[in-house]
Design a protein around this ligand. Structure first.
Ligand code: 13P
Ligand code: SF4
Length: 329
């Protein structure tokens, strides 16, 4: 597996505070709203009009009143926003901000696999994690986020099998909590896949009473020693519900500590590090290199020049039906 790397070498240094001021005035001038996922740099989250998990942002986007939305996140998120709000101009600061999970399930491969299952006489519905391309979504019956997955799985008729794509770890976890058997696609997230279990257990031992909070995109080996498992919003709600100061080890993208700290500053948060498979050394692999492509400069530039923009594609129509019934109804 290739390791996440974060490269900002093409950017000339500019004062972050000046950039933040410039973005604030450009938002007004261009009639734009800025949305930022919890995995985006804290400085961008600070100037965003809405922050949240995939589910909340998808819902917030449809209520936005401005003509333009800047989505500080990754491609599938901005694409879903365009699909749910076709009349808006949707900008993504860097069009190459992808997602290893979305990449692990390609349209042609899924189409072929579904055809094979049908030829075998299997009667199934396909449930896709929102971390998929719109083209893949157009082949699916349901879309889930980490925030609504259980509720959606309950809507799949019990006489149908479930093909769950693309995250095998989330799928395995959902099998456990819903009791539904699933055919699992072998995809995974490059960030959640490589948390160091040894470092996590050591940190737990060195911090008596600490709790591990993990995203269900983590492999079973991490989830089985975690205390709280949930999508990013669920983790945020959890720390807010604990009044006494605690110590939490965070097994998800490291920027998640920003909204946790902001929402529940009484606690101490320790990021669980990633591990380099080749050398066994721990590293900053707990940062998503795709999310990290959203820099203040790129947010400013996309507002200033009105691009890169997510353009409407013919297959968006079909993806729209499945997104609407899964996320908005
Ligand atoms: P949520 O914020 O919906 O939990 O998703 C996490 C994620 O991996 C986004 O890429
Ligand atoms: Fe995709 Fe993983 Fe990055 Fe989320 S953290 S955008 S799942 S690569």
């Amino acid at each position: 597996m290739s390791l996440p790397t974060i490269d900002h070498s093409d950017e000339v240094y500019e004062d972050p505070l000046d950039l933040m001021d410039e973005i604030e005035s450009l938002k007004k001038e261009k009639d734009a709203t800025l949305l930022a996922h919890f995995y985006i740099d804290g400085e961008i989250q600070e100037i965003a009009d809405f922050t949240g998990d995939s589910l909340k942002l998808a819902r917030d986007a449809v209520n936005v009143k401005t003509s333009t939305i800047v989505f500080s996140g990754v491609h599938f998120m901005a694409e879903s926003t365009k699909i749910l709000s076709p009349e808006k101009t949707v900008l993504l600061p860097d069009l190459t901000a992808g997602c290893s999970l979305a990449d692990s399930c390609q349209y042609g491969d899924l189409d072929q696999f579904q055809q094979k299952l049908r030829a075998e006489g299997r009667d199934f519905e396909t449930v896709a994690y929102i971390n998929t391309s719109a083209k893949v979504k157009s082949l699916c019956d349901w879309i889930v986020t980490s925030g609504n997955a259980r509720e959606i799985i309950d809507r799949v008729p019990t006489d149908k099998e479930i093909l769950f794509v693309p995250d095998q770890h989330l799928g395995r976890y959902l099998q456990e909590v819903t009791g539904r058997e699933m055919i699992l696609w072998p995809g995974s997230c490059m960030v959640h896949e490589i948390f160091s279990i040894q470092d996590m257990l050591r940190a737990k031992k060195n911090n008596p009473g600490s709790l591990v909070l993990a995203h269900p995109e983590c492999p079973h080996s991490i989830l089985e020693v975690s205390d709280i498992i949930g999508g990013t919003e669920k983790l945020r709600q959890y720390v807010m519900s604990v009044k006494e100061p605690g110590i939490f080890l965070i097994a998800t993208e490291a920027n998640m500590i920003h909204p946790l700290q902001k929402s529940a500053p009484q606690h101490t948060y320790i990021p669980v590090p990633g591990i380099m498979a080749s050398s066994g050394e721990t590293c900053a692999c707990n940062r998503c290199p795709h999310m990290a492509k959203n820099t203040l400069q790129k947010v400013r530039d996309c507002l200033k020049y009105g691009k890169p923009e997510i353009e409407w594609q013919p297959y968006f129509d079909q993806a729209k039906d499945v997104l609407q019934k899964s996320l908005l109804q």
